[in-house]
Structures are given as structure tokens and as C-alpha cells.
Design a protein around this ligand. Sequence first.
Ligand SMILES: C[S@@+](CC[C@H](N)C(=O)[O-])C[C@H]1O[C@@H](n2cnc3c(N)ncnc32)[C@H](O)[C@@H]1O
Length: 291
Amino acid sequence: MPTGLRLVCAISSGSMAIQATRESRDSARIPAAREGVTLNIEAVLLEPASARPMRLIKSFGFFLTHWRTSGFHSMCRVIGERVYIRYQEWWFGIHTEAVIQLNQLKLEHPDRRFYVPTNYHAFAAMLDRLNIQPERDVFLDFGSGLGRAVILAAMHPFRRVIGVEISAELNQVAQENVCRALRRLRCRSVELITADGATYRIPPDVTVIFLYNPFCGLVLKNVLRNIRESLSEKPREVRLICQVPKQSAFEMELQQQSHFTLEREERFNQNVRYLFYKANLGFTSHRTYDP
Ligand SMILES: C[S@@+](CC[C@H](N)C(=O)[O-])C[C@H]1O[C@@H](n2cnc3c(N)ncnc32)[C@H](O)[C@@H]1O
């Protein structure tokens, strides 16, 4: 069982604690993420000034095509979304906007999904509707990537926020992002762990688990089993919040699990769906979601 070997303790200012930890490496399960990795994540995230004119031309072409295929209003919406993302990244001082395939990180596997960040607006709206109990609720993001969801969650009064990410490279950038966003955060404890979700032992105080399509197949089965085990060890109320595309294998697999009951589905814009599950181990729920 992993023991949680601490790799870096980046900051400890006042009562704020940020930790980046790597679970004791089980090299059979987690490939040596740094060996042979050619992707320069900073180059992906930080665009050199010389590339800006080309990007502007590309964006212009993209918006024109979008206008032709989907209409003027749709184009305005897409432009608005892009501007909003840029504003949020600037406000937090972070870099999370990218699409990164796992083969670029030498971590490809049929059950693992690539990095794409959650939607700023939709995720924040979803969090606003959670009835968070500051003394009690602990948030866990499986597949935390560059830390966008972790940072947005830490804007809320969770007791602590945890991110579990398989890529050490992504987690390193996530840690830098959390450091930069510190002054905006309300939660005083953020922990970023490099581990395979399939083998990560869920802490007994976790009450809100977020999954944005991070894995499927055997990995998802193992994670769901780990959630059940964590609940059997420490019976409590756990909410599972899944962000899924229209039709996903992820959702189908989850529905086959009798231990999780779908409580509700919410759509915060036409592309972003959230499914709210309740862990169902025989105790009653008193928790409600604000409508
Ligand atoms: C769709 S992204 C979600 C990013 C982040 N949760 C957010 O909302 O901004 C999925 C993430 O899951 C990670 N991932 C894939 N397989 C994983 C595994 N077995 N264990 C942990 N993380 C995994 C990927 O590296 C990627 O960063």
C-alpha cells in the first residue's frame, strides 16, 4: 500500500500548507514519468511572443469558419468563452489552458484520458450549488492535471482540497499554479499527489469526489472499488460529481455500479454536463443540493 513519500514541500506560509507528494513509487504501475519525456509543458502553456501573430490569424480563421458553420450568435459565444478563459487565467496568474495527450508524456494507456481542463464558468457554478460544510467537507479531484479544478475548489471553504494526477510533469505545473493563485484561495490546505488513481487509497475524510472524465475501464473500476472500501472503513456521506460529455463510456460504466445512485444531472452550458451521484452503502443522506 502506498505510504505517501513527500517529494516537495513548496510553501508553508502562515496556516496555508501546500504539499506536492508522490505516492511511494510502484514502478510497475506508474511509469517513470520523466524518463524520455520530450514534451516541454512550459512551451505548450507559454506562447512565445513571436508565435502570437500566427495565433491571431489562426483564431480569426477559426472564428470566421465558426460563423459560417454555426452562425453569428454561436461565434460570439465562442469568442466570449475564450475571453473569459483568458481573463480567469490572468486573474489567478495561472496557466491551465491546454490540451495535452498522454502519449506526449509517455503515459498512454487505453484506460487513461488526456488532459483538458474543466470549464471555468460551469465548474464554478456547480461548486456554488454544493452545500459545502466548511468544518467537514474535503474535496478530491481524480486526474487533477494542471490544477484548474483544484484551484477553483480551493476558492471555497473546503477543509482541504486534494488533487491526484498520474503525470508528475502536469502535477509540477499544477503546484506552481496553486502557488501563484494562493492569494485568491480560501481553503488553507491544498495537497497535490502524483499517483495512479487506480492505486490511490482514498483518505477517510474525503466527502466530495470530482471526476472529469479522467479514466475508464479497469482504472475506473478500481477507483470505484477504492471508494467503496473507503466508505466501508469509515461510513460517511460521499458525493461523486462527474463531468461528462454527451455520451460517455465513463457514464455507462458508472451506471452499472449499484453502489452509486444518480441523484441529479445538471447542464451549465450546452457542452458541460454534471452528474451527481451519491454513494449508496445503506445509510441515509441528509445532504441536499441548492436548486
Ligand atoms: C480531462 S483531464 C481533467 C483535468 C482536471 N480535473 C480539470 O478538471 O481541470 C483528465 C486528467 O486525468 C489524468 N489521468 C488519466 N489517467 C489517470 C490515472 N490513472 N490516475 C490519475 N490521473 C489520471 C490525466 O493526466 C488528465 O490530467
